[in-house]
Design a protein around this ligand. Structure first.
Ligand code: AMP
Ligand code: ZN
Length: 698
């Protein structure tokens, strides 16, 4: 850990490096490394960044420059060397210095009383102190440091040998590449821990996969262990793994007695690791001398389970004193001095009753398993998405199967596997339909996709989903026209397509249950209001495949009227930001369909805005007329959307990404890759928020 004095010193030194323009010297290498290690520690362990991303990158670059000029100064533990470790074809096997055992499990207070009694017997004393810490639900790892440097990171494997994943371990920024084990006269040390993915990182990753039509990863645990086995460290780095180190399993020291005297308990050993800069369970780690207190802590901790940023599946209780641990020893499976207290299972078995096939907005067919309603982790689960045909095949599912269902924390429920050994022979195969379950048109599947689609654009299910999307908050924002009302009005024939939303026969709604004068008024007002929504909302609302909100903005900003998109070919579209062949083709397909053109014509007659007013304004007036803007980082004075509106009001055009077409990048706090890219391009004017505001006010 760093003393207050060191913290101040490294912080100020860092600031000086940032301000100083004069050339660097070789004597700057070590200070720069220290500052960067300190910044990593602040960021990853304390969650209190001291430098902005931009400043951090600048410091990093300075070090990189120096090392490029003086390659002889590069050391394996330099922060620049995390990624440089290179690719490999496969992982080599590596033996653990001490076998990695599993833990015995307990599930309730009685189990813990029994365990306490056994501990006392084996320890030969009634005076036992216990240390309690979370049982992290990730992938276990074992790290070896020699002479203070990280030399090896290994997966658990069979407990005796695992896979050497050192290159990937080095991508986990909370794991120090070197540490001052010298202070404890330690030469070689093996440390155990768990690699986890924070819930929010996991959710973001799955959201990205969903966009690419890939089935989500089941849970953070699988995601963590899968990521550790990716052969490309660069890719591993992007997945933002975290680690927690919770035990020292072995060490050699020059003065073993002295070291042993300091590292006499598990608690002290972990605290020492924490001081040396390692991520440890220090905050959650508690000591108790009575098993009753251990039990009480276990029970209260379970309630906090969901509020932790990562998954835990229980707590681990360890005898605190190493001397007692040694005396107690181990069985062939697990140490006698430690036990897991498992939280209530978030898994349960259920019967797979049937699979229904749902039609999505873009015609994708999603199989959904209906199971016997089963409570898991406090929620009743009866419906589980199976994503696509491949998932059904991979899991070898049949109707009538007993399936194992898991619902972890924030993760959507999923089927872990089918318990094939329980089959009776009466199970029926799941037959994937060849025709749309709604409109009965034949389904299609392209080579590059795992999903089947109904390509009939008048398919009722798709129409309903499209209407829901059109009215949704991020599209036309027609309040009161949510899923339930869309379905109801559709089934009653009150609406049938997008234009019909603007021709509703209000008299027929007056007679419906639950529609008073007030709600009708509100709905009418919302519909009227939506007619003047900016063009990008309409384009997004149309539900063109692969056209999300950002893409819709790019398209809207490239025209003054939506009709201009009718005749653009793929090549023309691809000159726009971030539009690749797939998106371009989808846009061309959409606008070449006469139904879609007709629909837009109808919308025009109904008074819906099809023009990009801002572009029209931009070409004729406004001090920033035609200039392109992009915002990045957190602004202090305005929300990003407000700032964008201000730029647009002056004729500015908001674009979605950094390219040679960008004129101004407005940079708030913690700006990241966009700033980098803009600097690299060199053609973009970079503005602080203040400079931007001055420009707007001018
Ligand atoms: P099990 O695999 O259920 O037998 O449990 C043993 C595993 O729990 C170990 O191999 C570790 O990967 C994991 N574990 C998670 N947190 C801890 C912890 N705080 N102390 C020890 N083991 C832990
Ligand atoms: Zn259909």
């Amino acid at each position: 850990m760093y003393t207050k004095q060191q913290e101040l010193q490294y912080f100020e030194q860092g600031k000086r490096f940032l301000e100083n323009e004069s050339p660097l010297e070789t004597s700057d290498v070590e200070p720069l490394r220290t500052i960067i290690n300190y910044a990593d520690w602040k960021y990853y362990l304390q969650s209190e960044p001291v430098f902005s991303d931009y400043e951090y990158d600048l410091l990093f670059k300075k070090l990189l420059q120096l090392e490029t000029l003086h390659p002889e100064m590069i050391t394996t533990d330099s922060p620049t060397q995390r990624v440089a470790y290179g690719l490999s074809e496969r992982f080599n096997q590596a033996a653990h210095l001490v076998p990695m055992l599993s833990l015995d499990n307990t599930y309730n207070a009685q189990d813990l009383y029994d365990w306490d009694a056994r501990c006392k017997e084996f320890a030969g004393t009634n005076n036992i102190e216990y240390c309690v810490e979370p049982k992290y639900d990730g992938a276990s790892i074992s790290l070896v440091y020699e002479n203070g440097k990280l030399v090896r990171g290994v997966t658990r494997g069979d407990g005796i040998t695992g896979e050497d994943i050192t290159a990937n371990i080095r991508q986990i920024r909370s794991i120090p590449l070197s540490a001052n084990f010298d202070a404890e006269q330690i030469q070689q040390i093996e440390i155990r821990g768990e690699v986890v993915i924070h819930k929010d990182v996991f959710a973001a990753y799955n959201a990205q996969r969903a966009k690419e039509n890939l089935p989500p990863l089941a849970n953070p645990r699988n995601a963590a262990s899968g990521t550790l086995r990716i052969l490309n460290p660069e890719e591993v780095r992007k997945r933002k793994l975290s680690a927690i180190l919770y035990s020292i399993s072995y060490y050699t020291a020059t003065a073993p007695e002295q070291t042993a005297a300091k590292l006499d308990t598990h608690y002290n050993a972990i605290s020492r690791l924490y001081q040396l800069g390692f991520p440890t369970p220090h905050e959650e780690m508690k000591r108790f001398s009575a098993i009753e207190d251990v039990i009480a802590y276990c029970q209260t901790f379970e309630d906090r389970r969901d509020s932790l940023p990562y998954e835990v599946d229980g707590l681990v209780i360890k005898v605190n004193h190493f001397e007692l641990q040694e005396k107690m020893g181990m069985t062939s499976h697990h140490p006698r001095w430690a036990v897991a207290y498992k939280f209530k299972a978030r898994q349960a078995t259920a019967t797979l009753l049937q699979v229904v096939f749902q039609v999505g907005r873009t015609g994708t067919i999603t199989p959904v398993a209906k199971i016997t309603p089963t409570p898991i982790g406090g929620v009743m689960v009866s419906s589980i998405s199976l994503f696509n045909e491949d998932v059904i095949r991979e899991k070898d599912l049949m109707i009538g199967d007993t399936v194992l269902v898991e619902r972890a924390g924030d993760v959507i429920p999923y089927i872990v596997k089918s318990l094939n050994e329980l089959r009776k022979g009466t199970e029926a195969p799941i037959i994937f339909p060849t025709h749309c379950p709604d409109c009965e048109q034949p389904l299609e599947k392209t080579e590059d996709e795992a999903v089947w689609r109904c390509i009939n654009i008048s398919c009722p299910s798709q129409v309903i989903e499209r209407l829901i999307h059109f009215c949704s908050k991020d599209a036309m924002d027609i309040r009161g026209m949510g899923e339930a009302n869309v379905k109801k009005f559709y089934s009653l024939g009150i609406i049938k397509d997008i234009p019909s939303l603007f021709r509703i026969d209000w008299d027929s709604i007056k007679n419906l249950d639950g529609f008073g004068a007030k709600s009708i008024n509100n709905l009418q007002a919302a519909i009227t209001h939506s007619k003047q929504q900016p063009l990008h909302r309409l384009i997004f609302g149309l539900g063109i495949r692969h056209v999300g909100e950002t893409m819709a903005k790019t398209l809207a900003h490239s025209v003054t009227h939506i009709n201009e998109l009718f005749d653009r070919d793929a090549a023309q579209l691809m000159t726009l930001d971030d539009i690749g062949p797939k998106v371009a083709t989808s846009i061309v397909d959409f606008f070449s369909l006469s139904e879609n053109r007709l629909q837009l014509h109808e919308l025009k007659t109904l008074g819906i805005n099809l023009e990009n007013n801002l572009n029209i304004a931009a070409t004729t007036q406004g001090s920033l007329s035609g200039k392109t803007f992009l915002f990045t980082g957190t602004l202090q004075h305005y929300k990003r959307s407000e700032a964008e509106a201000k730029a647009e009001a002056k004729g500015g055009i908001i674009v979605g990404s950094v390219s040679s077409k960008l004129n101004y990048l407005v940079v708030g706090a913690e700006a990241g890759s966009k700033l980098e890219k803009a600097k690299k391009l060199g053609t973009v004017t970079i503005l602080t928020e203040e400079a931007f505001l001055k420009m707007i006010e001018a």
